[in-house]
Design a protein around this ligand. Sequence first.
Ligand code: DAH
Length: 369
Amino acid sequence: MSAPNKNFDPVMPAALDPANLQANVDAALAAIAGAEDLATLKQVRLDHTSDRSPLALANREIGALPPSAKADAGKAVGAARGRVNQALKAREAELKEAERERILTAERVDVTMVNDREPVGARHPIHSISEHIADAFVSIGYGVVEGPELESEWFNFDALNINRDHPARTMQDTFFVGSADSGAVLRTHTSPLQIRTLLDQAPPVYVVCPGRVYRTDELDATHTPVFHQVEGLAVDKGLSMVDLKSTLDWFAATMFGEGIVTRLRPSYFPFTEPSAEVDLECFACRGESVGNPDRPCRTCSSEGWIEWGGCGMVNPRVLQSCGIDPDEYTGFAFGMGIERTLMFRHGITDMRDLVEGDVRFTTAFGMDS
Ligand code: DAH
């Protein structure tokens, strides 16, 4: 029987050669130290620790060694892999920290920086629509006239043929400034601009006067003590109701759409004779809701017409009080509420929305009417 082969001396596999092992460790450590970012480090990790790396290969070779050599080889390979893994871990921590620093610097927010961005806001739709109306009339040759909101009673009432005992002059309707006999009021309508214009300009006169007016109303869904009107006035030779009606129809179509016309209902205003209420053909249903329960209209309450304002031929007494000969000149005038006009156009149902000045309401209109 032959003796056990105690002298078996396996050829040390190249992978386990200490010099090779050291060279592989050195190569891995150099690659780790040279990795400048986490992506490169990931590749280094694959190259030097994955199953196909030289160190993994060395590990596998241990299995082929005789038991007596396994322990030493295992220690050597384990130490080599341990060093590489430790270096990887340390470098990874370094690179992560560097990346964090880079992000903190690059994405730094200066919370003390002055905010110079002003919110843009929007124009109030009453202003935009007033300008829109004025522009429309300018396009057909009218001028635009403005006047004082603090008005003398003479312009606001007397010159317009509204005499002392007219109900509109009472404390219930008019804001008197100072005492009730001070002669000064907050204008209750834009009609005093008829007088101011006729005292200032010789006929032919064609003007519109948009402006703010005041009445002692409580603020609710349909009333406001401060509101806006637009006055129209034309004084020329030979003007008649036909000119008035066709101007109103043009105005209606300009504001509410092609083909929308007006209707005049007899009425009374002291400064016009004859006088009429102006109704607007309902632009929502164009009259189709009338007598048609299947198609009710909320805009006109199925009446087909909406009250828009007042109008008439300028009372000869008004012309006279401005020094104009009523035998030579005639005129027409009209006055519309701007809030009403805006509310119809945009389906606004509560007047308080126009008064409260909430920017969320105005911004919905942007910069346009
Ligand atoms: N000034 C009137 C009012 O405030 C409206 C008005 C009616 C104006 C008839 C006019 C007009 O120019 O002719 O209720």
